[in-house]
Design a protein around this ligand. Structure first.
Ligand code: GDP
Length: 467
């Protein structure tokens, strides 16, 4: 398929979702206004109900198009090839012929945050090591989640190069000549590196952009694929527990983060909001398959969520990890949690047919990135209830404007084709928060465009420039 075909196909899928967000957000706002009269409220309800039917038919048709357009073999081969390239490169870097001489980056995960956050820090280290063509060494003894370190839970990151060789160690960023660079766990890596997300390897960019709706998440998924290799002990634990759970497909994975997270870092979101998304997913797949039972696996750090879900959703088959602490953990690092249970929960979320979570949580984002490993493009196999995928260490998320837009309210900004916008948040109501980065040169070009239009239309151009 051509690059344009794949881009347009995915853009339609995304726009169906965005239009629906836009309609629902505005309709719900109107519905909740005290002076909206009851007959208008009943029309709004109808629009939301039937509008959803239109939305799911449209979404189903575009999915069908993807199945019958004849490109699926190409998609499978292409994504396998790209994955093989990345995995081979990582293997090469992590297993140097001569470990003693290899240039290295040393990273620690004993970091003052939870497991998901530590995994993201490790991924940042891998990205930097890959960019600088260094072997990554992991220091993990005394790790909060397992005093014995990483290898007690996962496979080592290298077969032959796991210890720091003799020689001086420079602190990040070091220089080209530094044999070993150590990177301490910073909340924000400074100085910044061009290799950090949303960047992806340059030589794979065009291929990735053609095949995948979110190349950055795919790339992070590939780095995770390399490190996320449970050792025998962990694998046996996961297999034993999943066998006992005996979950059938389809199943939706739901991650509900509560306890310390909702004190300062994230909003409390009621279970009904999560289940609404679960129901939407099932309504969508019920167009083409017969679902006899709606199932969910709820991963959470708060057992009350399970009790509430069971009481409110008796018609659902609800699965969960029986080891969720009955008295919630109050320590934000959650270092008393059993790492095997955290990994088990993530494993089930990743392998579910659809994921409902919050991207404010590292666990939600981790599961989403890991999900990419199992599919050609799993960028639409998940919904976050609180915003867009962000990577803690990411550089600005820049988007190019494809249509002109004149601000309709003071909350909106003018956009001109080609403007570069720094996006800070997608608000799931059809809007995004961002700033227009158009600098002086760009503004001059806008002015020239207006002059061209005025000239062509034989009009006098009046320039408004106060402020
Ligand atoms: P964040 O705080 O949600 O961004 O994610 P972190 O991974 O950084 O920290 C949250 C910690 O809470 C995790 O490391 C776990 O110990 C615990 N936790 C959160 N959600 C779950 C869950 O669904 N299952 C289990 N077993 N533990 C969880």
């Amino acid at each position: 398929p051509t690059f344009e075909y794949e881009m347009i196909r995915r853009r339609i899928m995304r726009d169906i979702q965005e239009v629906w967000y836009f309609i629902t957000a505005n309709m719900n706002e109107l519905k909740s206004k005290p002076n909206t009269n009851p007959s208008a409220v009943s029309i709004i309800k109808k629009v939301l109900l039937l509008g959803f039917e239109y939305k799911r038919t449209l979404a189903n048709n575009i999915e069908k198009l993807t199945e019958v357009d004849g490109f699926n073999d190409w998609r499978n081969n292409e994504i396998t090839d790209l994955s093989n390239i990345v995995q081979t490169r990582l293997h090469y870097l992590q297993n140097p012929l001569n470990c003693e001489n290899a240039r290295k980056l040393v990273c620690t995960i004993s970091y003052g945050c939870g497991f998901g956050c530590q995994m993201h820090h490790l991924i940042s280290c891998m990205i930097l090591a890959y960019g600088m063509q260094r072997t990554l060494l992991l220091e993990s003894t005394g790790w909060q989640y397992h005093r014995g370190g990483w290898n007690q839970v996962f496979m080592p990151l290298s077969k032959n190069c796991t210890t720091i060789s003799k020689g001086s160690i420079d602190n990040w960023p070091g220089t080209n000549n530094s044999k070993i660079i150590r990177i301490f766990p910073f909340t924000y890596i400074l100085p910044r590196s061009q290799y950090l997300p949303l960047a992806v390897p340059e030589d794979l960019f065009v291929r990735l952009k053609t095949i995948h709706g979110n190349p950055t998440v795919w790339w992070i998924g590939q780095l995770l694929k390399y490190i996320w290799k449970p050792n025998n002990l962990t694998t046996n634990y996961i297999n034993g527990k999943t066998k006992k759970l005996d979950m059938k497909s389809p199943i939706v994975g739901v991650h509900i983060r509560r306890t310390d997270k909702i004190i300062n870092e994230a909003k409390y979101i009621a279970i009904e909001e999560y289940m609404k998304k679960v129901d939407e997913y099932y309504s969508l797949i019920e167009i083409k398959s017969n679902v006899t039972k709606r199932r969910v696996y709820i991963a959470t750090d708060d057992f009350n969520v399970i009790t509430e879900a069971k009481a409110k959703y008796p018609h659902y088959e609800i699965f969960y990890n029986e080891n969720i602490p009955k008295i919630p953990e109050t320590n934000p690092i959650h270092s008393n949690d059993n790492i095997l249970d955290v990994i088990l929960d993530i494993h089930v979320l990743v392998n579910s047919n659809f994921l409902v979570c919050t991207f404010s949580s590292n666990i939600g984002r981790l599961a989403y990135a890991l999900k990419q490993i199992n599919y050609v493009d799993a960028s639409t196999k998940c919904v976050s209830l609180d915003g867009v995928y962000v990577y803690i260490q990411q550089n600005p998320n820049q988007c190019k404007t494809i249509l002109n837009h004149k601000a309709q309210t003071t909350d909106e900004i003018d956009l001109v084709f080609g403007d570069i916008i720094n996006i800070t948040q997608y608000t799931l109501d059809g809007y995004s928060l961002g700033t227009n980065t158009c600098g002086f040169g760009c503004q001059m070009h806008h002015l020239i465009s207006y002059m061209i239009l005025a000239y062509g239309m034989q009009r006098t151009l009046i320039l408004q420039s106060t402020g």
